[in-house]
Design a protein around this ligand. Structure first.
Ligand code: WQD
Length: 340
């Protein structure tokens, strides 16, 4: 039985990926998380959906000694999916050194362990934020990377380069870098979803919290050069993102990785504006959403959406959900949270 280590497995995308791994593969799955931005209770939610156990390790990846001790006890690891990182754009602007330490020291330690222990397959959670304000849309994997708009985005750019150089230095090491666009929504069961521990920064959890009176949505700018003046993003269902990780593992484990460090855009290829996302939520929820129009938010790009043809071709992956599905699943999850 092959062993897959998932770091950040208690987090939003990590927990949804645990579900897809446990339901669709016979891997031995080990989740590593220090719950700095997640709740251990996420594991119960995963088990409730999958009705299958998995192993867990609680440790900080920045503690190299503990990391080597703990992973040494797992035995051979066939592949690593690395989610664990801080991911708030505005927080990274306020606390750059916290982000450089946490996101890059942890990655360096994990890569060191992988190289020292012959772990050949590595999947890295990257982000469309590496593109910055792209000149041409949709962006392809060959689109030029612009100067990062935030330390968060910079840690993703640096992380990608670290992994690329490691794959060049160690021929047995093979990696896939997955550039997520905007992951949103929740597991269709309504039993698992995004759990912001503090006030969320991202649009969709703010929308659903506003709908239940726990937040107040401000649209950050309606004077952008777009079809309705609000920013455009490529929202993609978190379960589509999770599915892509299972397919990327298969791509690596079956030796299909031609370049040893492959990059794939994970987006739907459709750009949706903030106001269109709000309209979608109102349609599927049947609720009128109160919001105000405010000023632009620092660091926001005007518009970005993916050319996802390479992931479709190489990973045999295709996003299954549209914006209405995403909003309905997010709303179902928020309603479930209200009952807990
Ligand atoms: C989307 C749009 C806001 C909140 C970031 C990271 C990305 C990924 C997702 C981790 C923007 C607008 C938002 C609000 C608003 N991170 N908005 N009012 O910034 O596109 O992407 O999160 O995986 O890597 O860069 O996502 O949801 O914060 O914003 O008007 O209260 O919604 O201005 O146009 P973003 P977001």
């Amino acid at each position: 039985m092959q062993t897959i280590l998932v770091t950040g497995g208690a987090g939003y995308i990590g927990s949804h990926t645990l579900v897809e791994l446990l339901q669709n593969t016979d891997f031995r799955v080990v989740s590593l998380d220090n719950f700095s931005n997640s709740l251990e209770r996420s594991y119960e939610r995963v088990q409730k959906i999958c009705k299958r156990n998995f192993e867990t390790i609680c440790l900080d990846l920045c503690d190299k000694t503990r990391l080597y001790e703990a992973l040494g006890q797992i035995g051979h690891i066939d592949g690593i999916i690395h989610f664990a990182a801080y991911k708030s754009v505005p927080e990274s602007v306020k606390e750059p050194l916290l982000y450089y330490h946490n996101n890059l020291t942890s990655l360096n330690n994990l890569l060191s362990y992988a190289v020292d222990n012959g772990i050949k397959h590595f999947i890295f959670s990257s982000s469309c934020s590496v593109y910055g304000n792209a000149d041409d849309l949709p962006v392809t994997e060959a689109s030029p990377l612009k100067k990062a708009e935030s330390p968060y985005g910079h840690t993703k750019q640096v992380g990608e380069e670290m992994i690329s150089f490691v794959s060049q230095a160690y021929p047995a090491f093979s990696a896939v870098l997955l550039r997520y666009f905007n992951p949103v929504g929740a597991h269709l069961s309504g039993l698992l979803g995004e759990l912001p521990l503090n006030r969320p920064n991202n649009l969709v959890p703010i929308i659903t919290q506003t709908a239940v009176g726990k937040n107040a949505l401000t649209v950050f700018g309606k004077d952008y050069p777009t079809r309705d003046g609000s920013c455009i993003r490529d929202y993609i269902h978190v379960s589509d993102i999770a599915d892509a990780h299972v397919k990327a593992l298969d791509y690596l484990l079956s030796g299909k990785n031609k370049t040893r460090c492959s990059i794939f855009n994970l987006g739907t290829g459709t750009g949706i504006s903030v106001l269109e996302a709000i309209a979608s939520f109102e349609k599927v929820s049947g609720k009128k959403l109160p919001y105000t129009i405010g000023g632009r938010r620092a660091g926001d790009v005007v518009s970005i959406y993916a050319n996802n043809s390479l992931a479709k071709k190489e990973l045999s992956w295709s996003p299954q959900y549209g914006i209405d599905d995403m909003m309905l699943s997010a709303w179902k999850w928020q309603q479930h949270l209200e009952t807990e």
